[in-house]
Design a binder for this molecule. Structure first.
Ligand code: FES
Length: 107
């Protein structure tokens, strides 16, 4: 299991144990994190799994695909340089200690 920290807009930190090989979205939903909606179930069609990746952790992640990049234009909260879709973040040991921030809204 890989420990990932999700920070709510109010500053509350939620630490989830994410399964290797799964996605960050799946780990967050399994842990009952309400700030991740994931309406499409991970098929990159909804952008309701939007997160802001901690700047210092960005280098741990592979580059986003063209499809993810396009879908990020549809996020409810403002898109930033560090915006990612959590369904496209695959959990591996290199992500231990990753921190992401939840946006104000997913709708
Ligand atoms: S869950 Fe729908 S785009 Fe990530």
């Amino acid at each position: 299991m890989v420990k990932i920290t999700l920070v709510e807009p109010g500053g509350k930190q939620i630490i989830v144990d994410a399964k290797e090989g799964g996605s960050l979205m799946q780990a967050a939903v399994a842990a009952g994190v309400t700030g991740i909606v994931a309406e499409c179930g991970g098929s990159m069609m909804c952008a309701t799994c939007h997160v802001y990746v901690n700047e210092d952790d960005l280098e741990k992640l592979p580059k986003k695909s063209e499809g993810e990049d396009e879908m990020l234009d549809s996020t409810a909260s403002i898109r930033k340089e560090n915006s990612r879709l959590s369904c496209q973040i695959k959990i591996g040991p290199e992500l231990e200690g990753l921190k992401v921030y939840l946006p104000e809204s997913q709708y």
